[in-house]
Ligand binder design. Structure first.
Ligand SMILES: [Zn+2]
Length: 434
């Protein structure tokens, strides 16, 4: 076992940059990528021109807001209209090192130069999560079409690890491979490792005793505290997470503090208000929007990811200086703003999940007069025909819990089982119907 999985950094120079150093770097990189895209990508050339911009109009970081925001459907539409790259390719196709197909589908070309930046990002991330040279890594991410499997593979190789490329599926066999090869690091989704653990037990393999696993690096799914705890207990491992998307690669990484994920230093991230589209201050909710200055073949500038989050600039005990995403709140299209705060079905579900006696729910937002009212209607599963006597106390307790979870007052209504029809939309916004 490596002496300490919680100490040190892969690239201390980058990972301890001051705010000022990062600003200087971002500004330089922004000007460079803006001009590169303007001059070499017909897709961006047209967009920027339409917005009234010339290559000279972006000189400082403040000029970032002049640049039009980009949404994934726009890229999809451009690629449908002008296949394969929607005019957003700055080099001849056969100069690309890889072409991935991310869900969409979107073709994504990579040149060697940018692959280096991405490798560095992954090494920083894996190291921050606890992986060390000499680890034997089982990579269960998918290897075909999408970038995840291969890119994660190459990252661990660069870190100095041995990689076992198992991909998805074959759960029982994965446990046997893990045991026989003495795998020390698992990477994949947390639910897949949990499944491997279950299958292993059925096959007579004790995940704590018979496996040498020490660390799980998870991505592509949330890692709630309860799941982290159960994986830690069942396997005797450290459980850490990364966040990335198919279009952007690894953009945040957890550190030994296990509270929030540090931003990758090579990108320029903005958190934007969903209503005004202006940058929000740290601590406020908004949508993750990324500019990737190293992406030269198919530039990505002010790309709205559709994920909502809160950013924190508080000092972290690990010594890394980049801000942290405190949590991914969910997809932006499911968010509803109530009394100025975003509420996501996940926030509500998290509270309900703690009470086994509660069942289906629906939330209703209305504005009968000047102020929003959020009503959360929940079925009391064991209520039978009438509500139990303690229903009033339970209602008050739930209202307190919701206040803590979503930071606004909600009115709770407890209902008999079967009162709520299952709908796809869990938050019903009646204000829209005015
Ligand atoms: Zn940290």
């Amino acid at each position: 076992m490596p002496a300490d999985r919680n100490k040190g950094m892969w690239n201390p120079k980058e990972e301890t940059m001051t705010k000022e150093e990062k600003r200087t770097r971002d500004q330089k990189e922004l000007v460079k990528i803006f001009r590169h895209a303007y001059n070499n990508s017909p897709f961006y050339h047209e967009r920027f021109k339409k917005a009234g911009l010339t290559p000279e109009d972006v000189k400082t970081l403040e000029d970032l807001k002049k640049i039009p925001l980009l949404q994934k459907p726009e890229l999809q539409e451009a690629q449908t209209k002008n296949p394969p790259f929607g005019n957003n390719l700055t080099v001849p196709l056969n100069k690309l090192s890889e072409i991935f197909i991310s869900p969409g589908p979107i073709f994504e070309g990579v040149v060697t130069e940018e692959a280096e930046t991405m490798l560095n990002a992954r090494c920083k991330a894996f190291y921050s999560c606890g992986a060390r040279p000499g680890d034997i890594v089982m990579n269960t991410f998918m290897y075909h079409m999408v970038p995840a499997g291969l890119n994660i593979h190459l990252g661990f190789r660069r870190l100095g690890c041995t990689v076992v490329p198992t991909g998805v599926g074959q759960t029982v066999y994965q446990a046997i491979i893990m045991r026989d090869l003495g795998v020390t690091v698992f990477t994949g989704t947390p639910s897949f490792l949990a499944m491997i653990g279950e299958e292993a037990k059925k096959g007579g393999i004790d995940p704590r005793e018979d496996l040498k696993l020490e660390l799980g690096i998870f991505s592509a799914e949330p890692l709630p505290d309860s799941l982290r705890k159960s994986l830690t207990n069942n396997f005797g491992i450290l459980a850490r997470q990364l966040f990335g998307t198919a279009d952007l690669g690894t953009i945040t990484r957890e550190c030994p503090e296990e509270r929030g994920m540090h931003l990758e230093e090579s990108m320029i991230m903005e958190i934007i208000d969903l209503n005004t589209l202006e940058q929000v201050a740290p601590g406020e909710e908004g949508e993750i929007t990324c500019t990737m200055p190293h992406k030269l073949a198919s530039p990505i500038i002010r790309f709205r990811t559709g994920d909502a989050t809160i950013l924190s600039e508080e000092k972290c005990s690990c010594g890394r200086t980049s801000p942290k995403l405190m949590k991914i709140l969910g997809r932006v299209d499911q968010l509803v703003k109530v009394k100025g705060m975003f509420v996501h079905p996940v926030n509500i579900k998290n509270v309900i999940r703690k009470h086994p006696e509660l069942g289906n729910y629906e939330a209703i937002v209305d504005r009968p007069q000047l102020s929003d009212i959020l009503t959360i209607r929940i079925e009391f599963e064991d209520a039978g025909k009438s509500l139990p006597k303690n229903a009033e106390a339970a209602k008050l307790e739930l209202e307190n819990e919701f206040k803590e979870a979503i930071r606004i007052k909600a009115v709770v209504e407890l209902l008999e089982k079967g009162s709520i029809t299952e709908t796809k939309e869990k938050i019903i916004d009646l204000r829209k119907m005015e």
